[in-house]
Ligand binder design. Structure first.
Ligand SMILES: [Mg+2]
Length: 392
């Protein structure tokens, strides 16, 4: 079997352009789908996939590790910058889809699974609708409570929220009060037995990340995400060690060695590797093995498109320390029109039962994708009150 073509199909989903990768083989009807979505870098990733495809055309798609090494190591520059690691990921995911289809088994079976009967999922507030998740005003506590209640009414037992405002490196009590009031409103709305996660989007300094984390301890968060920049491993380590609330991070790391540094410093209890950014399922499995040695849990970052979700679920059914799958369902109303999925979701509890179809179990409707061509993503530029540059 040979790879004859690698295509990218870009689908504009408002905040993101989903980049779907289709690898076509010389076997009639046998192709694989991957995803390499990287918001605000769409042109770069599409170009990087075209560059990498020069290495792969004519190769056997079932030699996945060999091809991964080729993509990562050849042409001098290692493939660990975010654009190329994302391009490698999209191709790698599609190769695993091909192998599963070739052998007639779901991908999780290729890795020794399934290790569990079902996977728990969590929602973003508002189902990931940009206006609700990212743009609810920091002082609109009531709205945080309403959205939390909606998530629970939809069957979720866990949800994530951006309840912590952005701040200068050091600020007084106002921002802390906003965060506390927002989380208090959500806790009151949903009760004690629903899991709440707070994502800081890596905006705070380590000092502010610690202050927010301490202030939120009484609410017993399920996890506390990106409390400072990912580059500040000592900051993450300091916060994680100072809190009872487990710290989650890793979505911006692109290769195994970065995770090694993070884990050795005990910078988190939950590893949020992004399968579409860290070099794909091949590298994700290595990162997971390393996390296992540190007894660090896995909850992959997954706010992108439906192929990313299918990949995260297949991975989850093969990984004993996988605890929950991030899902976005309401970013665009036509999400379900472009994909057929092989797994089933139980609405009560929003739990997923394993895919029974070969590979990732998905099929993509290319005609539907064509209705939503590339558009410049809405820019998300953050400025502080004094007009200095902030983190989004
Ligand atoms: Mg995050």
């Amino acid at each position: 079997m040979k790879i004859v073509k690698i295509e990218t199909h870009v689908c504009n989903a408002k905040m993101r352009n989903w980049i779907f990768v289709k690898i076509i083989t010389d076997q009639p009807g046998l192709h694989g789908w991957g995803e390499a979505t990287l918001e605000w870098h769409t042109r770069g990733v599409v170009g990087a996939i075209e560059d990498l495809s020069q290495l792969l055309i004519g190769e056997d798609p079932t030699r996945i590790e060999y091809l991964w090494q080729m993509m990562y190591r050849q042409h001098f520059w290692h493939g660990n910058g975010i654009v190329r690691s994302t391009a490698i990921a999209g191709i790698d995911i599609a190769l695993w889809d091909i192998l599963g289809k070739f052998l007639g088994v779901p991908c999780s079976k290729l890795w020794g699974g399934p290790v569990r009967d079902h996977i728990r999922t969590y929602a973003h507030l508002g189902g990931g609708k940009m206006e609700d998740f990212y743009e609810t005003s920091d002082d609109d506590h009531k709205r945080f409570g309403e959205l939390a209640q909606e998530a629970v009414e939809k069957g979720y037992t866990a949800f994530k929220t951006m309840a912590v405002p952005s701040t200068l490196p050091i600020e007084g009590s106002r921002a802390i009060n906003y965060a506390v009031n927002n989380v208090a409103a959500m806790r009151e709305a949903v009760g004690e037995n629903i899991d709440i996660m707070v994502d800081c989007h890596a905006r705070p300094s380590p000092a502010m990340g610690l202050k927010f984390g301490k202030a939120l301890e009484p609410f017993n968060l399920y996890f506390y995400e990106e409390p400072c920049w990912p580059e500040s491993v000592e900051g993450l380590s300091m916060i994680n060690k100072a809190l009872t609330t487990p710290v989650a991070t890793g979505e911006r790391l692109t290769h195994l060695a970065q995770f090694k540094t993070l884990f050795e410093a005990r910078g988190c209890e939950i590893c949020q590797l992004d399968i579409t950014h860290c070099g794909g399922l091949s590298e994700a499995r290595r990162i997971a093995a390393l996390a296992e040695a540190h007894r660090i849990a896995l909850a992959p970052h997954n706010p992108q498109g439906p192929i990313s979700t299918a990949a995260s679920l297949e991975f989850g059914f093969s990984q004993p320390s996988y605890i929950i799958c991030e899902t976005v369902t309401e970013d665009v109303p036509w999400r379900k029109d472009i994909v057929t999925e092989g797994y089933t979701i139980e609405p009560k509890g929003q739990i997923v039962f394993p895919n029974t179809k070969p590979g990732l179990g998905i099929e993509i409707n290319e005609e539907e994708i064509k209705k939503y061509p590339f558009k410049q993503e809405l820019l998300q530029r953050a400025f502080n009150e004094d007009n200095s540059i902030g983190d989004w």
